[in-house]
Design a protein around this ligand. Structure first.
Ligand SMILES: *[C@@H]1O[C@H](CO)[C@@H](O)[C@H](O)[C@H]1NC(C)=O
Ligand SMILES: *[C@@H]1O[C@H](CO)[C@@H](O)[C@H](O)[C@H]1NC(C)=O
Length: 250
């Protein structure tokens, strides 16, 4: 924070001027996905930033491409391997922003957090949350860099859970048993059969475009982040040591 002032009854906060958000850059670049090499460099910075919050007993709760900004978003126009004219950023330096709903461990936890697409299953099911809900959100965010579009494009909780099952397999019964949101769940297994879901979602590994080692590592990392059971979900500390990031650690 550089400064703050009041204007017509609103508190205004002055920050350094940054570039476009990742979402806005994707939009202006016709939702062309990032390359695996770009994803590696972007994810490493984001994970380090959010890991710093987690070490300090904070949960961001609203991680999404709109809340991650390029420091500078100047680019060159280049033809990619598919001969499509693409905006190539000169620098991938990023900053995480919007701490408006960032919560300390000792503070009361709002029951509904995160923006829909990036909301973790434990939040939807009302089972309580901690730092691991940021890990889920970042899993969705990284997948969005890879696809150029959201992994779970939905506005409805029941449909959202159904999409998760299509991509990640069945939600463990012990989680469904704990929830008081029984209307999302039918006889301990989700009730869904939807053309829209079949069209937009498929099992995670089927999104892989190439069967090379670096994509296998990326998808292994994603499957550890998009783990339903919070006690088994990878932490960001662990994720930074995942083999996907080895090229950046030397
Ligand atoms: C924080 O969360 C509340 C409740 O979900 C929401 O209304 C508000 O817009 C959020 N604030 C920010 C800064 O995202
Ligand atoms: C979050 O809560 C789960 C379940 O209680 C626990 O296993 C996990 O270690 C917690 N994560 C963090 C980062 O505190």
């Amino acid at each position: 924070m550089l400064d703050w002032f009041e204007h017509e009854g609103h508190v205004c906060i002055v920050f350094e001027l940054l570039g476009l958000s990742i979402f806005e850059f994707l939009r202006q670049n016709e939702f062309l996905p990032f390359s695996v090499e770009q994803i590696r460099r972007m994810a490493f910075q984001i994970f380090k930033a959010v890991c710093f919050l987690h070490r300090n007993k904070l949960t961001h709760t609203d991680l999404k491409p709109e809340n991650i900004l390029f420091v500078r978003s100047d680019y060159d126009l280049e033809y990619n391997e598919d001969l499509v004219r693409e905006k190539r950023l000169r620098s991938l330096d990023l900053k995480v922003v919007d701490f408006g709903n960032t919560t300390f461990d000792h503070e009361p936890h709002e029951s509904l957090v995160s923006t829909r697409y990036y909301r973790a299953p434990e939040v939807i099911l009302g089972l309580g949350w901690n730092q691991s809900c940021d890990v889920w959100s970042l899993g969705c965010v990284i997948m969005e860099f890879y696809l150029g579009r959201a992994l779970f494009p939905t506005h409805d909780s029941k449909e959202h859970l159904a999409m998760m099952e299509k991509v990640l397999g069945p939600i463990p019964p012990h989680l469904l048993k704990q929830t008081r949101k029984k209307h999302y769940v039918h006889s301990e297994c989700l009730n869904w059969d939807d053309e829209y879901i079949r069209k937009h979602c498929r099992p995670l590994k089927l999104y892989m475009q190439m069967q090379n080692e670096e994509e296998r590592q990326l998808f292994d990392l994603l499957s550890c982040m998009l783990e339903y059971d919070v006690s088994r979900r990878i932490t960001l500390e662990e994720a930074l040591w995942h083999p996907f990031f080895s090229p950046l650690r030397t």
